[in-house]
Design a binder for this molecule. Structure first.
Ligand SMILES: Nc1ncnc2c1ncn2[C@@H]1O[C@H](COP(=O)(O)OP(=O)(O)OP(=O)(O)O)[C@@H](O)[C@H]1O
Length: 556
């Protein structure tokens, strides 16, 4: 295709399509090529296909023998060819111009490219130098790399070796760790065991000390309780004494009160009588006063009459005298009556004083009676409290006593070694028995030698041959007390014939010092019975056989 070259500076005339030039007709060979009017073909452009079509076009007239038509077609074809040639020439010119231009452009471009090439060459040289340098560096680096690679491989090898060693070490470490863990576990379990054993030991020690403390505390409390008990008993005795005194005093006070009451009643009666008398006396006094007044008025009348008489008639002196005597008599009776009135008043005053005194004494007696009654009730309350305290103390003592016995052991076995008797006839017998003196076995251990072999025995207590009956009973008396407190107790002796069972239990008849456990226990029981009877306890005893004694204890 022919046309303007892109990038060309020369303007190219716009090309018209050959078909347009051809009048829109297809250059068909049958119809013949398009006729171009005139020789000027300016502005007409041909494509390669159109040129090829024009060159290959064959003139075929409709009528083979119509030369004119054939000539016209040929002319038209020639015109077209001319036009094409013209176009070709124009195009060629344009192309040559363009070629020139392009050539110039090419030259300048070549120049530029040469410059560029030179530049490139210089750059290439530079680059080559750099490349050389880089190559040198590369070789150095490669050497280094090789070295490092060698080192790395060596390091890898060593690493592998180390890894292997590490693996083996880890394996051994794991096994060691396992062993260590096991050992640690064992150690911790052993430690725990030690700790637990230590703890247990400590606890046992603490328990032991606490038991000892508790025991000593109980002992102290027992002592304190027995002290308080004795105190309370003493107090009770004093209270009882004071109560009996108070009772006596109360009775005397009641007697006094009765006598006071009787005297009060008498006084009341006397008072009433005196009041009656006073009333009578008052009536009398009133009457006497009225009489006196009347007498006085009479005297006055008489005096007036006398005066009248004196004034008016001057009657006889005898009459006057008699009248004077009468008035004198009347005056005397009047003064006598005044005296009696005075006396009666005095008697009344004394009677009233007596009455007041009696009232006061009766009030005092009543107050004393009330105070006595109050004191009595207070004393009774105190007595009841003291009795309650005694009962509580007794119960507490019993509890403590039996706790001590329980701590000592509910079942206790004592061993009593009988002294050698004359009848035994064996002098070296005692050599077969010995008493160990270690702190643990002291007073509790016994060793018997038989066929040269020593057999040790431990008891709650061992009584030496020289131990007296009293010493043995001291241990037993606590159990008797326990039986008295209402607990079940059984004491029995066993041993071979002639070992001293009867001696221990019954003692020697007729000898007070050699009394056995049974008579001593009975004495204790009877004493306690007598003592506690006052507190309201009741004991009943039954002897079932020679060796059995039933003791029934009842609460108050
Ligand atoms: N502790 C002692 N002190 C002094 N004499 C004792 C002692 N114990 C026992 N006897 C005397 O030993 C003798 C035998 O004692 P006892 O009769 O008590 O033994 P027993 O064990 O009761 O014998 P049996 O089983 O045959 O009845 C008696 O003569 C007794 O007085």
């Amino acid at each position: 295709m022919m046309g303007t070259a892109n990038g060309s500076k020369t303007p190219i005339t716009p090309r018209q399509a050959f078909s347009v030039v051809n009048g829109g007709q297809d250059p068909d060979m049958r119809s013949g090529p398009g006729i171009i009017s005139g020789s000027d073909c300016g502005g007409v452009a041909f494509t390669r296909e159109e040129v090829d079509a024009l060159l290959n076009m064959k003139i075929r007239p409709k009528d083979k023998f119509n030369l004119k038509e054939k000539c016209d077609l040929m002319m038209e074809y020639i015109k077209k060819l001319r036009l094409c040639v013209k176009w070709f020439q124009d195009s060629e010119g344009l192309l040559s111009i363009e070629h020139e231009k392009l050539k110039k452009l090419f030259e300048s471009a070549e120049k530029k490219s040469n410059e560029m090439e030179m530049l490139m060459n210089s750059k290439e040289e530079e680059l080559n130098a750099i490349i050389e340098e880089l190559r040198a560096n590369y070789s150095v680096l490669q050497e280094k790399f090789i070295k490092e690679e060698a080192e790395k491989s060596a390091a890898v090898e060593t690493l592998m070796a180390e890894k292997n060693a590490r693996m083996t070490a880890e394996g051994s470490l794991a096994s060691l760790t396992e062993d260590l863990e096991k050992a640690q576990k064992e150690c911790s379990s052993a430690n725990q065991k030690i700790l637990s054993v230590n703890d247990m030991y400590k606890r046992l020690q603490e328990y032991n000390t606490s038991l000892q403390q508790y025991n000593s505390k109980l002992q102290m409390e027992l002592n304190q309780t027995s002290e308080t008990l004795s105190k309370v008993e003493r107090e009770k005795a004093t209270l009882m004494e004071s109560l009996s005194k108070l009772r006596g005093y109360h009775e005397s006070q009641q007697d006094q009160l009765a006598s006071t009451k009787a005297s009060l009643e008498e006084s009341v009666k006397l008072k009433e009588a005196l009041a009656g008398e006073v009333g009578c006396l008052r009536g009398d006094l009133h009457q006497v006063r009225e009489d006196r007044d009347r007498q006085f008025s009479l005297v006055q009348d008489l005096t007036a009459e006398v005066e009248q008489y004196k004034e008016c008639t001057g009657n006889s002196a005898a009459e006057l005298g008699s009248l004077t005597a009468r008035s004198m008599e009347l005056e005397a009776t009047c003064s006598l009556q005044i005296d009696t009135i005075k006396r009666l008043q005095e008697r009344l005053a004394t009677a009233e004083k007596k009455l007041e005194m009696t009232d006061l004494s009766s009030i005092e007696a009543r107050e004393g009676y009330k105070a006595q009654k109050k004191l009595n009730s207070e004393l009774q309350i105190r007595l009841a409290e003291a009795e309650l305290k005694v009962i509580e103390g007794e119960a507490f003592r019993k509890k403590l006593h039996n706790t001590i016995l329980e701590l000592k052991g509910n079942i206790r076995v004592f061993c009593r070694v009988r002294p050698l008797l004359v009848d035994d006839g064996v002098e070296n017998e005692m050599k077969t028995i010995s008493f160990p003196t270690t702190t643990e076995a002291l007073g509790r251990g016994i060793e018997v030698v038989q066929h040269g072999q020593t057999h040790p025995f431990m008891f709650d207590k061992v009584f030496m041959p020289q131990a007296s009956q009293e010493e043995v009973f001291e241990e037993i008396s606590q159990l008797v007390q326990s039986a008295l407190d209402g607990y079940k107790v059984c004491i029995f002796a066993y041993g071979q014939t002639g070992s001293g069972k009867t001696h221990t239990m019954m003692g020697t008849p007729g000898s007070l010092d050699d009394k056995g456990l049974i008579p001593r226990s009975l004495e204790q029981i009877f004493e306690a019975r007598q003592k506690l009877k006052e507190q309201g306890w009741k004991y009943e005893m039954q002897v079932c056989s020679r060796t059995f004694l039933n003791l029934f204890v009842f609460r108050p």
